[in-house]
Write a protein that binds this ligand. Structure first.
Ligand code: NAD
Length: 286
């Protein structure tokens, strides 16, 4: 048996089409402002990708680049201006920030209703109270990938490996809201395989190539691999590997590939969050 391949691009395209249709119903295109500090090559490339996708989806977007020597005070004061600017619907501060800046302070300074990354404590609270508004893009994208392929987690056992703010924790909240029975495993979980084998739906977000091997997966599980690990190769392009060993396809019912699985959902969900932010603000004004 070989697992069904849950490819990200068709699910991401469907989400983007829905998002573009929602954006077109608003009085004007929602605007996303992306703040980037410094010239970290990965951040430069991620931000350019987000800006391009926003424009392709019929949103308006701008990128503001500040030097990596920017003080925390200057960054907070720019955020305050963007919070107050009625023409800005979504604000994204590209992480990581330089080490002299307190990331928590910056994320908490965003207007929660413009916080398209969903990291503000108010948005974390809304998610865990069972009524999310803006929730982190990767886990919401994962839920939308599952629903695109017709899977429901209600009444099923979900196991997440990884407890980060970006993926594992918010995914636990979303799965609970969708009536799954949720277990979160992490670096201190003993006998990881015994826990992961229990899963009907297994989600892996660790950052360790091929951590999950076929013996750790129950027959017929749906496996979502969030991990992206770069394998540098001399004289060749780096290869991207997931956290799940490809041989898991022999036991699982369905599996997301890496690359081309969860990755495209994250950026598509960012566009959806920007539209949700604009819709929420329009409702508040009414
Ligand atoms: P992180 O480093 O913040 O968290 C990793 C988590 O894995 C931690 O909670 C830790 O407890 C757990 N962990 C570490 N070693 C473990 C082990 N041996 N067994 C069990 N758990 C272990 O990472 P993150 O930001 O959540 O990212 C995880 C992976 O997902 C990375 O590869 C990252 O590149 C990828 N990622 C992909 C996307 C996407 O869009 N596809 C988005 C975000 C992150």
């Amino acid at each position: 048996m070989s697992a069904r391949v849950l490819a990200g691009p068709p699910a991401a395209e469907a989400l983007l089409a829905q998002t573009a249709a929602r954006a077109a119903k608003l009085a004007k295109p929602p605007h996303l402002t992306i703040l980037r500090l410094g010239e970290d090559p990965a951040s430069v490339s991620y931000v350019a990708g987000k800006d391009k996708k926003a424009k392709e989806t019929g949103l308006s977007s701008s990128v503001e680049v500040m030097p990596d020597t920017t003080t925390q005070e200057a960054l907070l004061s720019r955020i305050a201006e963007l919070n107050a600017d009625a023409n800005v619907n979504g604000i994204l501060v590209q992480l990581p920030l330089p080490s002299h800046i307190d990331e928590e302070k910056v994320l908490s300074a965003l207007d929660p209703d413009k916080d398209v990354d969903g990291f503000h404590p108010v948005n974390v609270g809304r998610l865990w109270a069972g009524h999310p508004h803006l929730a982190p893009c990767t886990p919401v994208g994962v839920m939308s990938l599952l629903s695109h392929y017709g899977y429901s987690v209600a009444g099923k056992r979900a196991v997440i490996v990884g407890r980060s703010r970006i993926v594992g924790r918010p995914l636990a909240g979303l799965l609970l809201n969708a009536s799954a029975t949720v277990t979160v495993a992490h670096s201190r979980t003993p006998n990881l395989g015994a826990v992961t084998r229990e899963a009907d739906f297994l989600f892996v977000a660790v950052g360790k190539a091929h951590l999950i091997t076929p013996d750790m997966v129950g027959a017929g599980a749906v496996v979502i691999d969030v991990g992206i690990n770069r394998l540098e190769r001399e004289g060749k392009k780096a290869r991207l590997l997931g956290d799940v060993h490809p041989d898991v396809a022999e036991v699982a019912r369905a599996l997301t590939p890496v690359p081309g699985g969860v990755g495209p959902m994250t950026i598509a969900q960012l566009m959806a969050n920007t539209v949700s932010a604009a819709e929420g603000q329009a409702q508040l004004r009414e």
